[in-house]
Design a protein around this ligand. Structure first.
Ligand code: SF4
Ligand code: SF4
Length: 104
């Protein structure tokens, strides 16, 4: 099939090509890297001071984007899409996780 053409065959449909077209992307549209990523601020995060806190990990909608490592949150920038949910729900007195530009 020619480059850029849409595969509407049964195989192409079942392989997700049709869904990608409906979503606005071509069959070979590369996924753009998100503009933002979550960054933990250790000086503000209560988990870094020995308090059990898993709010950001529990509320993150993207499996694997943030996990606890020895009781402390760690963001996997290759998974995180920078949605900012973690920053919205962080219970620390000073918000301890922020949505930051990837380029910063
Ligand atoms: S910004 Fe969104 S995807 Fe990234 S760690 Fe926070 S809640 Fe998860
Ligand atoms: S929710 Fe906030 S205080 Fe709790 S572990 Fe995550 S970044 Fe730290």
């Amino acid at each position: 099939m020619a480059r850029g053409a849409v595969d509407l065959s049964r195989r192409g449909f079942l392989g997700g090509g049709f869904l990608r077209v409906l979503a606005g992307g071509g069959p070979e549209a590369p996924a753009a890297e998100p503009e933002y990523v979550a960054r933990v601020l250790p000086t503000a995060c209560i988990a870094f001071r020995g308090t059990l806190c898993v709010t950001c990990v529990e509320r993150c909608p993207l499996p694997g984007a943030i996990a606890l490592e020895r009781g402390r949150p760690r963001v996997d920038a290759s998974v995180c899409d920078g949605c900012g949910v973690c920053a919205d729900v962080c219970p620390a007195p000073r918000t301890a996780i922020v949505r930051a530009p990837r380029s910063a």
